[in-house]
Design a protein around this ligand. Sequence first.
Ligand code: DWN
Ligand code: ZN
Length: 405
Amino acid sequence: MNCRACGSGSLKEILNFGNMPIANGFLSERNFDKEGWYPLRFGFCPLCKMAQLISPVHPNLLFNENYPFLTASSDWMVSHFANLVDEVMERIGQPNPFVIEIGSNDGSLLKAAKGKGAGKVLGFEPANKIGSLARKNGINTILAPFEYLQAQLMIQTEGPAHLIIATNTLCHVHDLNDVLRGVKAALARNGLFVFEDPYLPDILRYTTYDQIYDEHKWYFSVTSVVNMLERHHLALIDIEPQEVHGGSMRYYVTHADSPISKKAYQAYSQERFIDLGRMQEFAGEVTYEIKNLTQTLGEIARSGRTVAGYAATSKSTTILNSMGYDAARAISYITDTTPVKQEKFSPGVHIPIVPPDALLTNPVDYVLMFAWNHWNEIRKKDSIFREKRVLPLWHTTKIAEKYSS
Ligand code: DWN
Ligand code: ZN
């Protein structure tokens, strides 16, 4: 099989989840029989070390007018973006820079950049409804994906960008090489390209297999990023590990052959353990965790106790549809704060999504924590957990250990 990053014929299948519904395809009852199912296969290229989806579904099926995710749904993420903007604007030291964001969502980050003195901002957002929301909030947004062609057109009218930012976006793009060609074309001579995405070594460390779903085409490490940038005559100059999304890495990239920082070099050297053997070990751990969760939910249901899901995340679609159907159906409902998800049903197993106050009006014994990446924020703000009125259940042993302190 061909690696979609380096083009070699070395790509190996690591995990096959079978057919899955669209991860963010929350649906009404009348659409149950129209739901589509698509193969979800996770692969690894031992040559360029890029972990990736094999034959991903077409992006039009994913990022359309129904796409329900809003950056502003988490206070923690909003403050994370504000900190990122502070840090990178200081790093480039350019007065009134032109800032581009790839995958600008509701415009939260570019709004912060404007507040910090950006001379001009421009977002690229293919999900129409969300991009229009950003426009309404005064953020200049092109309602299309950032592609090489778009980048070439854009620099003719707007000029090159001093700063290009992509947070948790490159892992979503279908044609990674095309986007990097666009970055190369749109970045000013002394410009900085900063991107951050979930970090493969953290996915391996915590067995967070629920990060694997149709939208996440790429699972980066410092090594695969260095290899990918080299092919586009771009250079990784620094990195900064991040807590978000269960462990992410921020990468700092320039045109020139600037020297790599000591920190980035160390991370690169420490990643030698990522090979086919380690990826196959991960596959074994995932299979174990799926079985374990299926059993736990089965036992809870048999004993007459009740479970709800907390947050209808995209990740929950992988968890719910990879375990046994009966075990998944042991979950009475899933709470979520996003209005467009409420009164719909979860993809595939069709569990009702309800507003969070259901946990008070229709109490349960356990909640399966699907937004574990927001757990530190949730456990402080939600009285259900503060007062220990309900026990969180975890989908992997290692996530349980990480958050049980
Ligand atoms: O990578 C992606 C991330 C950033 O967002 C996308 N592919 C799609 C989406 O993934 P996700 O759905 O797994 O994201 P989150 O940020 O883990 O989930 C947020 C969901 O949780 C939203 O639906 C809102 C909900 N939520 C909630 O109900 N109560 C979130 C918080 C913080 C809460 O307290
Ligand atoms: Zn490759």
